[in-house]
Design a protein around this ligand. Structure first.
Ligand SMILES: Cc1cc2nc3c(=O)[nH]c(=O)nc-3n(C[C@H](O)[C@H](O)[C@H](O)COP(=O)(O)OP(=O)(O)OC[C@H]3O[C@@H](n4cnc5c(N)ncnc54)[C@H](O)[C@@H]3O)c2cc1C
Ligand code: FES
Length: 275
């Protein structure tokens, strides 16, 4: 395939746009002719805006809830995301993908699953969580430990409320700093780990969030005896092609866009600069 065609996007329509927090919006995207994206939880797309540039964005909706559309939860941080936030429903964006390996959902079947998203890390994990909930009988315990900096930064509030109400989900949420409305746990995400016991060998743990969080969450997961090969995390690197050609996302010999972005801790613990 010539390199130029690797970068050729398909134009997709922003069907709906929902403000979520001060910095995040949810974009519901439709490919032409109602075509399904055909993604797996944990994969991402390369989103581009003509004349501005492109950025990798995780697919936040689960394949089980696709209906010919997919959802992207995007934080406004730089050129591309600012331009995207300024768009209106009906606008067109370039989409390439889905790319990356995604979470190992097949390995999780029959096992207990422990999800530990932090902040915007809930965006990719929500895809996996909702897929697991839609196939609930295939999994053991479902434990979700979610942390955000402030109550106003909690994402997907309605879904969090639904998870909290379910008898078959053990849901705990915390914020680093509370406010007058907040009645729940205050403290960083690691303060939630003592609230749950796990059967370590029967548990697959998945975390996604800011890199600084990984160091501390990994200590908690390993401290519970969960084997390194059963702990998964999603890594963020600057990306351009998304398909293992340009080298932008390389971490030593690993191509984050192709072999990742999801890695087990066992895979990356000895890779310098991975964490
Ligand atoms: C696999 C993957 C999945 C992702 N999923 C999501 C998602 O679901 N939602 C989401 O909101 N984001 C996601 N991201 C992050 C997103 O791709 C980045 O925030 C992206 O850079 C935004 O593009 P931008 O042009 O808006 O911002 P940029 O202009 O790239 O700026 C982003 C930030 O990086 C800084 N920066 C810019 N250039 C450099 C540089 N050369 N070196 C260091 N720092 C620099 C800027 O100051 C700014 O703070 C994901 C990233 C990856 C790799
Ligand atoms: S983004 Fe080009 S090789 Fe990974």
């Amino acid at each position: 395939m010539p390199l130029s065609s690797v970068y050729a996007p398909e134009f997709a329509r922003l069907a709906e746009i929902h403000p979520m927090t001060e910095l995040e919006k949810l974009f519901v995207v439709e490919l032409p002719h109602g075509r399904s994206l055909g993604h797996q939880p944990g994969q991402f797309v390369m989103l581009s805006i003509p004349g501005v540039g492109g950025a990798p964005i995780s697919i936040s909706s689960s394949p089980s809830r696709s209906n010919g559309r997919f959802e992207l939860c995007v934080r406004r941080v730089g050129d591309v995301t600012k331009a995207l936030h300024a768009m209106s429903p009906g606008g067109l964006v370039g989409i390439r993908g889905p790319f990356g390996n995604g979470f190992p959902i097949e390995q999780m079947r029959g096992k207990d699953v422990l999800f530990a998203p932090g902040g915007l890390g809930l965006a990719p994990l929500r895809s996996l969580i909702n897929q697991v909930l839609d196939e609930r009988k295939d999994f053991g315990r479902v434990i979700i430990l979610y942390g955000a900096r402030r109550p106003a930064e909690l994402l997907f509030r309605e879904e969090l409320d639904q998870w909290a109400k379910r008898q078959d989900v053990e849901f705990h949420v915390t914020v680093d700093r509370g406010d007058e409305t907040w009645k729940g746990n205050i403290g960083v995400i690691t303060t939630l780990f003592p609230k749950v016991t796990v059967d370590p060998h029967n548990t697959i743990a998945v975390t996604c969030g800011p890199p600084i969080m990984y160091r501390f969450v990994l200590i908690e997961m390993l401290g519970k005896g969960i084997p390194e090969s059963q702990i998964y995390l999603s890594l963020e690197r600057r990306m351009k092609c998304g398909v293992g050609k340009c080298g932008h996302c390389q971490i030593n010999a690993l191509y984050c866009c192709k072999e990742g972005p999801v890695f087990s801790y066992a895979q990356i613990k000895n890779v310098p600069e991975a964490l």
